[in-house]
Design a protein around this ligand. Structure first.
Ligand code: ADP
Ligand code: ASP
Ligand code: MG
Length: 402
């Protein structure tokens, strides 16, 4: 079997943990399997590197930020190879350059395009464990890029797909995918299995346990993904096209505290206004999410939307620069908002689901600022200070704790 095993930051956060991971990988290797290991940077290294950059320059050039961040993963892969060597096992660490992991050119948010599997296959044939840096790639200028925060999961899935691996295991600091973030919701339950679609929505809506593009890629290439703990031997959660267990109304609650809300007030109430506004934002490659447009009144209307906080300043600059073109009166920003979502394919034909969520929030006296729904999710915008209380209230209202 060819197994791809990915370990996140906490799982390789100390020398002891690196040794623990090394032993776990050697176990599989000694059984005759081919083992490819993908690693994140140790502990909070990536955060620290970003912080360091901002102490030098408030707006660090994105190319240089990627150049800096990619060093984190290089530390962990080389240490892991040393750990395996100390266990008497042959191992080799490779970075994105050495593998040739080609991405789009966009720094900080690059997409993997092509992975050259030759070097890895060659090292595997030579009976080595291959340890690859997660999160990084190289673009057409031969510069380092990164795949976005949490992107090592995507490196692992992409490698599993490129190498036609038999298994792709994501090891992290919790026992699997839970009905809500177990650090926020003490009564959250581990799911035995979850569909790609549900996991994609959860991940996109803030459940940081998997990078959303890793789920998208796993679905596309039919990679069977397992999420499990690096700290114990419990079974974990398996991602599938369809789940076999009894359908639940909802499979999980996700919280995204990193959302900001921008309202553009006093726009003209006539055709083309929303198009012009969102076209300008889209051209800057900013992903907006929940949108709310008010009913027109006295010939004007307001449009509000949410976006990741890291994009808020750029969006504001663009809106300011286009004030005369868009003809609005004012802009209002709220950074203290959080997005709370429930996700589940079981809600598809069940009209009571949204009402039940709103009732749970009402019972906690939590105000809803915006609402958006799809067939398998309901998202509300609430104040950040209510966020954790809201997760728990909604989670329990749907009986996910039982
Ligand atoms: P890693 O460094 O291993 O990639 P992450 O911090 O990226 O770890 O992801 C694991 C974290 O995801 C957990 O510690 C947990 O707090 C958080 N998380 C958020 N939502 C969920 C969920 N639904 N199930 C499990 N963990 C979740
Ligand atoms: N080290 C990177 C990050 O912290 C990638 C990852 O952990 O997946 O975002
Ligand atoms: Mg992660």
């Amino acid at each position: 079997m060819l197994i791809v095993k990915k370990f996140g930051g906490t799982s390789v956060g100390t020398p002891e943990r690196i040794m623990n991971v090394a032993r776990r990988c050697v176990e599989d290797f000694s059984k005759g399997n081919d083992v490819v290991v993908v690693l994140s940077a140790m502990g909070k290294t990536t955060d620290e590197l970003i912080h360091l950059a901002h102490r030098i320059n408030q707006k660090p050039p994105k190319r240089e930020l990627d150049m800096l961040m990619t060093t984190g993963e290089q530390v962990s892969v080389s240490l892991m190879a040393m750990a395996m060597d100390s266990l008497g096992v042959r191992a080799v660490s490779l970075n994105a350059f050495q593998v040739a992991m080609r991405t789009t050119s966009r720094y900080g948010d690059a997409r993997l395009k092509r992975i050259d599997s030759d070097r890895i296959l060659h090292e595997l044939e030579d009976r080595k464990i291959v340890i690859v840096t997660g999160f990084q790639g190289i673009n057409k200028y031969d510069d380092y890029t990164t795949l976005g925060r949490g992107g090592s999961d995507t490196t692992a899935v992409a490698l599993a797909a490129a190498l036609h691996a038999d298994a792709c295991e994501i090891y992290t600091d919790v026992d699997g995918v839970f009905t809500a973030d177990p650090r926020i919701c003490k009564r959250a339950r581990k799911l035995k299995e979850i569909t790609y679609d549900e996991m994609l929505d959860l991940a996109s809506l803030g459940a940081g346990v998997l990078h959303n593009r890793s789920v998208e890629m796993a679905k596309k290439y039919g990679v069977t993904l397992v999420v499990r703990s690096s700290l114990n031997r419990s079974e974990g959660t398996i991602l599938r096209e369809e789940t076999t267990v009894e359908r639940m109304l909802i499979s999980g609650v996700a919280l995204d505290k990193s959302a900001d809300r921008i309202s553009v007030l006093g726009l003209k109430d006539r055709p083309g206004v929303a198009f012009r506004l969102f076209d300008i934002i889209a051209k800057a490659n900013i992903n907006i999410d929940v949108i709310l447009q008010s009913i027109g009144r006295d010939g004007t209307k307001d449009i509000s939307f949410t976006l990741p906080d890291e994009n808020a300043d750029e969006a504001l600059e663009i809106l300011e620069a286009n004030k005369s073109r868009l003809q609005y009166q004012n802009i209002d920003v709220n950074k203290n908002v959080a997005k709370l979502s429930i996700v589940g394919s079981g809600m598809m034909s069940n009209p009571g689901v949204a009402a039940k969520m709103f009732e749970a929030l009402y019972n906690e006296d939590i105000n809803i600022n915006m609402i958006s729904t799809s067939e398998i999710r309901v998202t509300v915008l609430i104040d950040t200070r209510d966020a954790e209380r809201a997760v728990n209230a909604v989670h329990d209202a749907f009986g996910l704790d039982e």
